[in-house]
Structure formats: C-alpha cells, structure tokens
Design a protein around this ligand. Structure first.
Ligand code: ZN
Length: 430
C-alpha cells in the first residue's frame, strides 16, 4: 500500500510513539501457543534508537532516499546485473544442537537463492490475481569465499560460547560479549545464528544502522530446512529478515490493526495486522474487506514458512533502492571470489582476458603473449561449486575456447592456475 513520501516521516513518528507504548507495556504479539515471536526487528530497532537517539534521523533519511528512488521507478526497477550478496554465518553455540550442520546453512543459502529469484517451487501457489506482480528480485547469495583479510573461508564461522541463550540485544555481535564481531558490512551480509531466548525467531538491522551491529540474527532452530523446527522449517525466517535488511517494512505497516500505516509499497494491499498460520485465499480484513483481500502469502507477513512464497514488484524496487544507495558497495564485493592467499593478484591480473562477457554461452580466454604451458582452468558457480576443471599442457594461438551452455544464467568465476600462482575473473552468463 502506497502513501505519498512527504507523509512518511509523520507516519513513522506516529508509529514510533505507538511502538514506544508497546515497549512500555511489554506486549509482544506471539505466533501461537508456543509463545513464539515471528520477528523482533521493530522492537530491536526501537531499542537501538533508544540507546542512540541520533539513529532515528538516519533511519528517517534512509526512508526518504528510498521513497525518492521508488517515486522515480513507479513502473518497477530492472537492474543491469543481478546482485550477488556474500554471506557469512557466525554460528554461536553452547551445545551440539546449537552448532547446526553445514548442510543446514547451505540449504539456507539455497532457499534464499530461490525465494529472491522467484525460483521457489511453491511460487505456483501464488493466486492468479497477483502472479503478474510476483517478482524475481534479481538478488542472489553466496557463502563468502574470502574473509575480510582476503584469506580463504567457507563463509561459516563457528564459535563455542558459554552463553546458553541470547536476548534481544546486540551481545551476539561482539566478541567482547561472547559473540562474534561483524565482518565489513560493505562487503558481507552478516548472519548470526544462535539460541535466541523468549521464543524470538529472528531480527534484523535496517540500512543506516551502525556497522558493528549490521546484519541479521536468526535463532538456530529456524535456519535451513531439514532439522529446522516446524512450522518455520522452510528457511523463510531468513528470507523475511533479509527483507528488513534491505529496508522493507512489514506488509501491514506496523500500525496495530489500523488501516493508516503503510509498508510504503504501492502494489501490496492495505492490511490491518499481521497474519499467522496458513490463511486460505482469499483472506480479507477490515482494511481490505473485499476479495482478493490481503496478501498473506507475502514474505513480509507473519504466516508459516509453507504459507509465504512471494515478493512483489514494488518490494523489489524498494530493495533495489537500498542496493543502489546505502548498500551499493555490496554489489562490487569480492567476498564471493575465491581467495588468492599469498599470491600477488595484481601481478597475475593481465595473465588472461575473457571475451565476451556477458556471454550467451561460448567465450574465449585470451592469453596474449603470456605463457600458456601447463596450467589448470576451473570454473566455479556462485555457490563455489566446481562445474568445470581441466589441465592444459599447451595451447594453439594462446586462446582457449570454452562454453557455459546448459548452465543457469548468472555469475561464474574462471580460475587459471599455473606454477606461479592463480588468478580469478568473473564472467556473466545471460
Ligand atoms: Zn519482521
């Protein structure tokens, strides 16, 4: 639901006042009888503003900048290049159950790559009335391949801690309080996985917050798929929280059950309050009393994981406002590029060139006058998986012809390794 930009700051102030009241009365809206809290982002950010009142002005400015971008892209936004966000998981554990498996974490990345690209298989459940606005957000994720010092990493940091449960605060984000320090947020999305107390599933920091606390926190029970706790076992807690990290609000506008609040997205229906469980379609409320009703299957509602499966085109534009604004540096991060530890990358940068990129499939590595004897070529997909590897003892005409036909469109990394070291370059497959 859209409300004109100039009204935003006033509405936000009203929401903050409303919210302050909520904090004072210690009321949390809970998911179900288990007293779970689907998302504590609003509460967390208000807490951060209370600790540092200057933050409010920064968040307000962020919203104004976003509103201006949205106003300039009323018909939607299509990026020239898909954005790939390097992710680091900081797994904090005090028991083996909390030290979740690599599979849970790679499954989580796979879920994100489906949800943000509209490749999720349950997208076929999107009601026909909203199929035309269901968005491929053109955002994808990879586990970091190099740490902030350029050293090879799996993108998974595991830290044993004596803290058995973590509260709604920033303790897990600092080594000094038993947690893990954030990696440079201009290059990485930090995701802390830990045992959150109070039944909280997760919370996020919106763009504009301090670098040291930037990122997303998810309780370990709700990360990934196999082994996660139903009905939040399809990885959608992360999808929702990363939505906040990219400056999306809750779809109902955080206004209690009023119809005055907004998520500042023009193609989502006006919605009274959050929805839980798995509402059947159409689901109406007092803000949208007629069919098709409200969009309970949106990732920014509070429904069960199996019952949320879409972002809209308007939400995509809002996310890209952030990716073209405050978080623009993430688009050129080398966090997904395999590490070249101990090797002078600059010395080898001219070893070969790639033509063409982007490519429709076929491409050529041109080695110019450089040595082309005894080297290995590897091609990695964005998850760091090797999809091609070959040793070459010699070449004709210093050229190597390769083909990515049959692979998914996106970014691939070409690594050439010689006895002198290795270098890695990107290629985009259309
Ligand atoms: Zn939320």
């Amino acid at each position: 639901m859209l409300i004109l930009p100039k009204a935003i700051t006033l509405i936000k102030m009203k929401l903050k006042l409303l919210f302050s009241f909520t904090i004072l009365t210690f009321v949390f809206t809970t998911v179900n009888a288990q007293n779970l809290i689907r998302c504590a982002s609003t509460e967390y950010q208000q807490q951060q503003v209370n600790l540092n009142p200057g933050l409010q002005q920064i968040f307000d400015q962020e919203d104004l900048t976003t509103a201006a971008f949205v106003a300039n892209h009323q018909d939607g936004f299509t990026p020239q290049v898909i954005c790939t966000i390097p992710v680091v998981f900081h797994v904090l554990y005090s028991s083996s159950a909390q030290n979740i498996s690599n599979t849970r974490l790679t499954d989580q990345i796979a879920v994100l790559n489906k949800d943000f690209r509209k490749l999720n298989t349950d997208a076929n459940l999107i009601p026909s009335v909203w199929q035309s606005i269901a968005a491929d957000c053109e955002i994808q994720f990879c586990l970091a391949q190099r740490d902030p010092n350029g050293i090879a990493t799996t993108g998974i940091e595991r830290i044993q801690t004596s803290t058995t449960a973590w509260g709604l605060n920033s303790d897990m984000k600092f080594a000094s309080s038993g947690g893990a320090n954030a990696w440079n947020r201009s290059k990485y999305l930090n995701i802390w996985v830990c045992n959150l107390s109070g039944g909280i599933l997760g919370f996020a920091m919106s763009p504009g917050g301090p670098a040291s606390t930037d990122g997303v926190v998810i309780s370990y029970q709700y990360v990934g798929v196999v082994g996660a706790s139903a009905p939040f076992n399809k990885g959608r807690t992360a999808t929702h929280e990363i939505g906040h990290w990219l400056n999306m609000d809750h779809i109902w506008g955080d206004d209690g059950n009023a119809c005055t609040g907004s998520d500042f997205v023009n193609d989502t229906p006006n919605q009274a309050g959050e929805n839980y469980g798995c509402p059947s379609f159409p689901h109406t409320d007092n803000c949208t009393p007629a069919a098709p009703g409200v969009m309970t299957m949106n990732y920014m509602d509070y429904t069960d994981d199996a019952c949320m499966y879409m972002f809209t085109s308007g939400q995509k534009t809002r996310m890209w406002a952030t990716l073209n604004g405050t978080r623009s540096s993430i688009k050129t991060s080398n966090g997904c590029t395999p590490s070249t530890v101990g090797i002078s990358e600059e010395l080898m940068q001219n070893m070969f060139s790639i033509n063409p990129t982007p490519t429709d499939g076929a491409f050529t590595l041109n080695f110019g006058s450089g040595s082309t004897a005894n080297f290995d070529v590897s091609i990695y997909n964005i998850l760091g998986e090797v999809i091609f590897q070959q040793h070459y003892s010699a070449l004709n005409e210093n050229e190597l012809h390769l083909n990515l036909d049959g692979n998914t469109a996106g970014i691939y990394l070409i690594e050439v390794r010689t006895t002198n070291g290795r270098t890695v370059k990107k290629i985009i497959l259309n």
